[in-house]
Ligand binder design. Structure first.
Ligand code: PLP
Length: 429
């Protein structure tokens, strides 16, 4: 059905639709941060999107720096992805049996990221991190997991402690509904400090570049130190590359920093904007997964024909030249936004790590952020004002001060110029 008129006669407003949503869906949203609770106001209800733009049901078009929180890297409705999905859909949408495309996508991931000798596909980043943890515990016979404050690994019970992204935005220490037993073996330590491990630790899970407390780079020696410390005590190193995988570099963060993870989690980019997740790793580790080994994993829609078609089209388009282009665009946009805020007298910094960038508002903007405590010094109220002013100027940012901004192939020079002009006007208000 037509995405706008399917809900009834006439063209509804954002408000009437969102009010109606709230009567059907808790909070009117299917992912908490979308509700605008942190920044105030009500969300625009999306009708369609194309390239760098997103258009709501009232016909207002925004320049979009959310890009489905990084799932869409080629821009919305990229012709290669749309054609791949269209091509695939007539042959059925899910079978419950192996397919050539899922094999091809696993091969593509392995060839771009050599630490992933085997790859298991699933349906979300959350499923990837929870499977990775189960796998690490199953392989090592140990229970303890070490995680970093301000990192976010999705809605995985064992990892919902001092998390970034929506957990940080909503000011939650964790979440209700997670029994103490689920987090009893989770140790939270500060980002960018190599913890001393012991032989109780099954795995260390880390965002190799943190992108859910703003964008925070690993300090020199941090990832190397984690690798060495894991090796010292026989723990596994899990890189959560759900954001960084195939966005930061052709081989993800582990290529950029030249570190081999034992297990890697994926999502977002590898599905070309369709629901997907994956766990990859060393063959001897991955073969602990069922049916070869004792660690159970299964999923009705895993390796979905449409998601794998879209993911393959996205990865095919992501040639090394595209990363060079994305790098240039991120540098260009972040420096223009930095200059615009500086000339408007609005205190903000725009930390850049490769093709990722974030924003820090207020006094904290003058210092480089290295961990969650420092990230939390961002002025959330100033971000909310900036967010609303940008929206009024036609630019959609994520409705939370701790999210990254996502630039893709849709963000042409002209789009970047328009965002920079909007930034100046928004920063002045
Ligand atoms: N890991 C990281 C680093 C993420 O940023 C996210 C989501 O934003 C996830 C895991 C969870 O992925 P999903 O939302 O697909 O479950």
């Amino acid at each position: 059905c037509n995405p706008v008129t399917c809900v009834g006669a006439g063209v509804p407003s954002n408000t009437t639709l969102f009010d109606r949503s709230k009567e059907a869906i808790p909070g009117g949203v299917n992912s908490s941060i979308r509700a605008f609770k942190a920044v105030g106001g009500e969300p625009y209800v999306v009708a369609r999107a194309s390239g760098a733009t997103i258009t709501d049901v009232e016909g207002t078009t925004y320049l979009d720096l959310v890009q489905s929180y990084g799932a869409v890297i080629l821009g919305h409705a990229h012709p290669a992805v749309t054609a791949a999905i269209t091509d695939a859909v007539g042959a059925g949408t899910s079978y419950g049996a192996p397919t050539p495309r899922e094999m091809k996508l696993a091969e593509e991931i392995s060839s771009r990221m050599p630490s992933c000798e085997r790859v298991r596909l699933m349906n979300s980043g959350t499923e990837a991190t929870s499977t990775a943890i189960r796998l690490a515990r199953g392989v090592t016979g140990r229970d303890r997991i070490v995680t970093f404050a301000g990192n976010f690994h999705g809605a995985t019970d064992a990892l919902l402690v001092a998390g970034g992204s929506g957990v940080a935005t909503l000011g939650l220490p964790g979440t209700a509904g997670v029994p103490n037993a689920s987090v009893a073996e989770t140790m939270v330590v500060p980002y960018n400090v190599v913890p001393q491990l012991d032989d109780k630790v099954a795995a260390v899970i880390v965002e190799p570049v943190a992108a859910n407390m703003g964008v925070v780079a690993p300090v020199a020696g941090f990832l190397e130190g984690l690798r060495a410390e894991c090796d010292r005590v026989g723990a596994l190193l899990i890189f959560d590359e759900v954001i960084t995988g195939f966005r930061l570099a052709p081989g993800g963060a582990q290529a950029k920093y030249d570190i081999r993870a034992d297990i890697t989690c994926f999502g977002k980019v590898i599905g070309g904007g369709l629901p997907i997740g994956a766990v990859g790793g060393r063959r001897d580790i991955m073969e602990h997964l069922s049916p070869l080994g004792p660690v159970f994993h299964a999923g009705t829609l895993s390796g979905n024909p449409l998601a794998t078609a879209a993911g393959l089209a996205a990865l095919d388009t992501l040639t090394p030249d595209v990363y060079i282009e994305l790098l240039a665009r991120v540098r260009h946009l972040s420096s223009k936004m930095r200059d615009a805020c500086a000339s408007a007298g609005f205190e903000a910094s725009f930390p850049v790590v490769g093709t990722l960038f974030g924003i820090v508002c207020g006094d904290a903007a003058s210092d480089a952020v290295t961990n969650f405590d420092e990230a939390k010094r961002t002025d959330e109220a100033a971000y909310s004002r900036f967010f609303q002013a940008m929206l009024a100027e036609g630019v959609a940012l994520a409705p939370g001060a701790y999210e990254a901004m996502f630039v893709g192939l849709g963000h042409t020079d002209e789009v970047i110029d328009r965002i920079a002009e909007a930034t100046f006007r928004a920063a002045t208000t």
